[in-house]
Every structure is written in structure tokens, then in C-alpha cells.
Design a protein around this ligand. Structure first.
Ligand code: CP
Length: 308
């Protein structure tokens, strides 16, 4: 089985059985990531270019490692020192990379829809590594991989997503993906950070953190995205932490074996206390490991299409 599209633009565009295929492939790829010989030839002769218009550690490095572990040529474009800084358009940049033989372009952009625009204008496969406040599909896939690994299935899981839902492409992709896979999603955010109508996607908006985490299998904190807020949406980070941050007291109604997750980077002590971030039940570092496996799976499934 292959992915239906040449690109991975968002979880809204793919079916549940494609998500399962990606997660199954990532499970196999994880053996390479955690083994002592991190080298296979599945992508030998292929070229992967990362084009990040926004900062990143996890996503950019894990795509680069994923490509290299599978034998591809992997290049990172530093947007600030590229011809983008001279005014080159996104489409012209994409066509330029394609003209050099690039098979896959991984793009992160502050504008929602930028990966979709690129995908329409180049033959290379496009992977969305985060577009504005829209989607971050590879993050949600690695989150779902981490949950499935812990519980064996996503069906029937109860997941609480807490924090800045409004600005979070991670929350949006997780809501879409988890609901497609049969999980239940509870949301809690300060009212200024809860987008109107988000419950129409099928998630439940809860009045308090304690209600949101009740009987949950997973609690996912979200980063406070100060850089995306055009005006102050809460008084201060210390008030945010006091009233909206996750701590050992306000998560007591969750299940005993609840997992703590966070997409990173974490603002320690603001959206989550260090005692939760570093707890035995925290899988934040496992999310990062699984991120390499998921990205290997996607590069493999997308470049493998032409041979299918
Ligand atoms: N979670 C995530 O996208 O992290 P980076 O911004 O470091 O890539």
C-alpha cells in the first residue's frame, strides 16, 4: 500500500488507513534509529532539501537525520542567507530546487497554505513541516506513534490537549488525526486562546483543566506561542503558569498511568512544571526519537511511489 498523494500536506488530506500505514512503517524504522548501525539504503540516490522559513530544532534535525540514515543526499537551505533574502518567491525557490534534482522538499513557513502552493507548482514531493497556525502533520504523527506504542491502539484513547489551542498547528493536526483514529479529544485553554468553533471538529471543550484531564490516558501540554500573539492574550507568563499551567495538583483526576506529552520546545514552569516534564510518565524525549522514525517512514513512502 502507498500514500495516495505525492505530498504530505496535512492530516486533513489523508485517510485513517494511510495514518496506520505511516505508523506501522515508522515502527519498523525505529529499529534503525535505536540500533547501533544507523544506515540503510532505502533512499540511496534521492535528494531531500529542507526549506525552513521559521526556527526549528526537532523537526529540521530529525528530517535531516532521517534522510541521512536512509542514504539520501540531505541539504538544509538557510533561508536568511539564501536568495529568498533577495526577494525570490516561494514558487521560484521551489522550482530552482527541483531543477537541481530534488526529490522531496520539506518546508516550514509562517503562512498557512505555503506548502500547498508549492505542491501545486513543483513535481517534487512536498512535506509540510508546519505552516502558520494551520497544520503540523509530522508532529501529530509522531505523537500518535508515541501513544500507540504505549497503549497498543489509538481507538478509545482519551487525550487532553491543554494550552494555547488558538495558535497551535500541533493541536489542530492532533485533533484531526486522533479523531480519525477513534480517540476522544478534550481541550482546555484560557478563553482568549480557544478558537471559536473548534468543537465543530469533534473535540470537547472543557471548562477547567481538572475536567479536561478527568480519566485521560494522555495529557498533552502546548507551548505558549508568544511569537504568534499580536496582542497580549493573558496578563503575564507567571499568571499563565498559575492559572493555566499543568502541575501535579490539577492533573490528579487523570488515569493513574497517564502519559505526559509536549511537542517542544517547552517553556519550563510556564505551560508545565519541571516535575511533570521530567516525570517517569513523561514521554517527551520518546516523542523526539519517534519523530525521526516517523520522518523516515514518510520519506520512504513518498519516494517509493514512483517504483510502486
Ligand atoms: N515540535 C516542533 O516542531 O519543534 P521544533 O520547532 O524544534 O521543530
Amino acid at each position: 500500500m502507498r500514500l495516495a498523494s505525492k505530498d504530505l500536506l496535512g492530516l486533513a488530506d489523508i485517510e485513517a488507513d494511510e495514518i496506520t500505514l505511516i505508523l506501522d512503517t515508522a515502527r519498523d524504522m525505529k529499529r534503525i534509529v535505536t540500533g547501533s548501525m544507523k544506515r540503510v539504503n532505502y533512499l540511496q540516490g534521492k535528494s531531500v532539501v529542507s526549506l525552513f522559513y521559521e526556527n526549528s530544532t526537532r523537526t529540521r534535525v530529525s528530517f535531516e537525520l532521517a534522510a541521512k540514515y536512509m542514504g539520501a543526499h540531505a541539504v538544509n537551505v538557510s533561508v536568511s542567507t539564501s536568495s529568498v533574502a533577495k526577494g525570490e518567491t516561494l514558487i521560484d525557490t521551489g522550482k530552482t530546487l527541483e531543477a537541481m534534482g530534488t526529490d522531496i522538499i520539506v518546508i516550514r513557513h509562517s503562512q498557512a497554505g505555503a506548502p500547498h502552493l508549492l505542491a501545486k507548482n513543483v513535481r517534487s514531493a512536498i512535506i509540510n513541516a508546519g505552516d502558520g497556525m494551520h497544520e503540523h502533520p509530522t508532529q501529530a504523527l509522531l505523537d500518535m506513534m508515541t501513544m500507540r506504542e504505549a497503549f497498543g491502539t489509538l481507538k478509545g484513547l482519551k487525550v487532553a490537549i491543554i494550552g494555547d489551542i488558538s495558535h497551535s498547528r500541533v493541536a489542530r493536526s492532533n485533533i484531526i488525526g486522533l479523531l480519525k483514529m477513534g480517540s476522544q479529544v478534550n481541550l482546555y485553554a484560557p478563553s482568549t486562546l480557544m478558537p471559536i468553533g473548534i468543537d465543530q471538529m469533534g473535540a470537547k471543550i472543557c471548562p477547567t483543566i481538572e475536567d479536561a484531564v478527568e480519566n485521560c490516558d494522555v495529557i498533552m501540554g502546548l507551548r505558549v506561542q508568544l511569537e504568534r500573539q499580536k496582542k497580549a492574550l493573558f496578563p503575564s507568563t507567571s499568571e499563565y503558569s498559575r492559572f493555566f499551567g499543568l502541575n501535579p495538583d490539577n492533573i490528579k483526576r487523570a488515569k493513574k498511568d497517564v502519559l505526559f506529552m509536549h511537542p517542544g520546545p517547552v517553556n519550563r514552569g510556564i505551560e508545565m512544571t519541571s516535575s511533570l516534564i521530567d516525570a517517569d510518565k513523561s514521554v517527551i524525549n520518546m516523542q523526539v526519537t519517534n519523530g525521526v522514525a516517523v520522518r523516515m517512514a514518510l520519506l520512504y513512502l513518498l519516494t517509493g511511489r514512483e517504483e510502486a
